[in-house]
Design a protein around this ligand. Structure first.
Ligand SMILES: Cc1cc2nc3c(=O)[nH]c(=O)nc-3n(C[C@H](O)[C@H](O)[C@H](O)COP(=O)(O)OP(=O)(O)OC[C@H]3O[C@@H](n4cnc5c(N)ncnc54)[C@H](O)[C@@H]3O)c2cc1C
Length: 287
């Protein structure tokens, strides 16, 4: 099927893009980034935006910068930019590991990091990374600019705190200390499919015990989130099978697992147990 008719806008600057959005948002105007989620839904006529604001010609949105202890990812930075570490230390290595799990190579060449955040699929790897590492995004409209923390951004299945006239200008992730151990693990039935459950673990070791633990789960609930019960099981424990099993069990018990036509909540909860333990084991192996 072909998409329904729409008007195409091609701004060259951020100001121009937000000015157009201010005009067309009320008439279902949408931002077009990589188009890897939006265009298929338009082709199936599940979405019929009256206006598309194509941001690919806005040069200022294609930047990846490291400054003030964080990585800033502009709205037009593609998934493929992360195939090699984009910054020194554990963050660059982690992102290069995670990106391999997103869709397939051609999709990674077009789809964008920020588009994934705006789309907010519960299984999105980048949404999980943002939740796990307490990232934030900058949203801009003709009314001004605001910073939204990842924990406030994701509000349910494909639902975010972004308003219709807001452009997600950039995402920010904190750089990680050199001794931060990080591990990611996801399960899907076929390589390239969306994850049925995924986990990201990060922690440091001081005096032989785990400090600053993070364990976040994606694909199991409507939005990815850090699981405080699992992190409590890790804090102060010696890194190893016993602590990892206890934290994974705490994560599985804490999630309110989603159910769909092919996956029961019980099975997804079991997957959370498995992906959490494996993410922790990978973090240990990254030392
Ligand atoms: C076969 C297939 C498999 C896939 N597998 C995965 C997977 O395993 N994991 C995964 O995470 N994704 C997967 N995807 C989705 C892919 O990663 C998309 O690239 C991504 O979800 C959206 O990014 P985009 O740049 O293509 O956004 P678009 O498709 O251009 O936009 C998506 C939505 O976000 C809005 N939007 C985009 N950018 C902005 C912005 N800067 N500000 C405000 N709103 C914005 C758009 O208006 C639209 O509503 C898959 C896609 C396909 C087709």
């Amino acid at each position: 099927m072909k998409p329904a008719a729409f008007r195409y806008h091609a701004p060259k600057t951020i100001d121009e893009a937000v000015a157009i959005l201010a005009e067309v948002a009320a008439e279902d105007g949408r931002v077009l980034a990589g188009g890897q989620s939006l265009v298929p839904t338009m082709a199936f006529r599940l979405a019929k935006p009256a206006h598309l604001v194509d941001i690919n010609g806005v040069e200022a949105l294609a930047r990846l910068t490291v400054a003030e202890g964080r990585l800033a990812i502009g709205a037009c930075v593609r998934h493929a930019a992360f195939h090699r570490p984009v910054c020194a230390g554990p963050l660059g290595t982690l992102l290069a590991d995670v990106v391999r799990h997103i869709a397939h190579y051609p999709i990674r060449n077009r789809g964008t990091f920020c588009g994934s955040l705006a789309h907010a699929d519960p299984s999105s790897e980048w949404c999980l990374v943002m939740a796990a590492l307490d990232g934030e995004v900058v949203a801009k409209s003709a009314r001004g600019e605001r910073v939204i923390a990842a924990r406030d951004l994701f509000q349910g299945i494909m639902t975010t705190a972004l308003r219709e006239d807001e452009l997600l200008v950039e995402a920010r992730l904190p750089l990680l200390p050199a001794d931060m151990r990080c591990g990611f693990y996801e399960f899907n039935r076929r390589a390239g499919d969306f994850a049925m459950a995924a986990a990201l673990a990060a922690y440091r070791v001081q005096g032989g015990v785990i400090v600053e633990p993070r364990l976040a789960v994606g694909g199991a609930e409507p939005s990815p989130r850090r699981i405080s019960e699992a992190e409590a099981a890790l804090a102060g424990a010696a890194p190893g099978p016993e602590a990892f099993r206890a934290a994974a069990a705490a994560a599985a018990a804490a999630v309110d697992a989603m159910e769909d036509a092919t996956t029961s909540a019980e099975f997804r909860r079991d997957l959370v147990l498995a992906v959490s333990r494996r993410a922790l084991e990978r973090a240990a192996a990254s030392a």
